[in-house]
Design a protein around this ligand. Structure first.
Ligand SMILES: Cc1cc2nc3c(=O)[nH]c(=O)nc-3n(C[C@H](O)[C@H](O)[C@H](O)COP(=O)(O)O)c2cc1C
Length: 217
């Protein structure tokens, strides 16, 4: 956990299907609400489909960068929508970086889907942004990254393709009952992340009340 950082640069070394299978074979032990295991994975090898996914990634990425430049948390459920609209006028002006431009070239590209009929989502009816359904899918995604790390590989998860879900659905023949949850890129890392920057426990844990004292050892 302390060394599974995001890896976006990969060597040309291929990853065998057997290794991808093993990774998925470990990742499937992820927990899910009611043990429904509502995930589906599509390993994308077809170059045209990969290119299509890259093209669908870029518009969201441009928007993400523009909102970041404006100091916004992109698409935060609670945000200043006017500031967001203003920021989006600048979309496409920034430098995208090699990962986005070359997403179609990553050694392994997996699209992760969620069966909406299989998600126990107790916050579904609260009238606010819902969170708990994804909690049955993303532990599986994280397990993929941990299992890859265990085999000397690296990778990163992206949810950017969900911005273009209808087109992703058409490209991969995904039925309506499935949502696009993420895409994962995996490969042999050019370099390994060593020190991850994360907030200390005291910064996000309190005792008894939200505004209670910091929880310490
Ligand atoms: C839900 C989620 C969505 C993410 N989406 C993207 C993405 O679209 N593009 C990308 O390059 N990285 C993406 N990331 C990777 C994060 O940027 C990365 O986990 C974070 O910056 C921490 O990086 P580090 O582990 O190297 O410290 C995503 C990560 C998560 C968990």
């Amino acid at each position: 956990m302390r060394s599974t950082g995001a890896v976006r640069e990969f060597t040309d070394e291929a990853v065998a299907d057997g290794t991808v299978y093993e990774i998925l074979d470990d990742a499937r032990f992820a927990p899910s609400g009611g043990n429904r295991q509502g995930w589906r994975a599509v390993v994308v090898r077809d170059p045209q489909v990969r290119l299509g996914l890259r093209d669908l990634y870029l518009p969201g990425w441009d928007e993400y960068l523009a909102m970041g430049r404006a100091g916004l948390v992109a698409w935060a459920p609670v945000t200043d929508r006017e500031a967001e609209a203003e920021a989006l006028r600048d979309a496409g002006a920034g430098k995208r970086g090699a990962f986005a431009e070359r997403l179609h070239e990553v050694p392994v590209l997996i699209v992760l889907l969620a069966d909406l009929r299989a998600l126990a989502a107790p916050d579904r009816d609260l009238g606010r942004y819902t969170l708990t359904g994804g909690a049955s899918i993303y532990p599986f995604a994280w397990n993929i990254l941990l299992a890859a790390r265990d085999r000397g590989l690296g990778g990163v998860m992206t949810t950017m393709l969900t911005r273009q879900e209808a087109q992703v659905r058409a490209l991969l023949d995904i039925p309506d009952e499935y949502a696009v949850a993420a895409a994962l890129a995996l490969g042999h890392p050019v370099r390994r992340p060593t020190k991850l920057r994360r907030a200390a426990v005291e910064n996000f844990t309190t005792l008894d009340r939200f505004d209670g004292p910091e929880f310490t050892a």
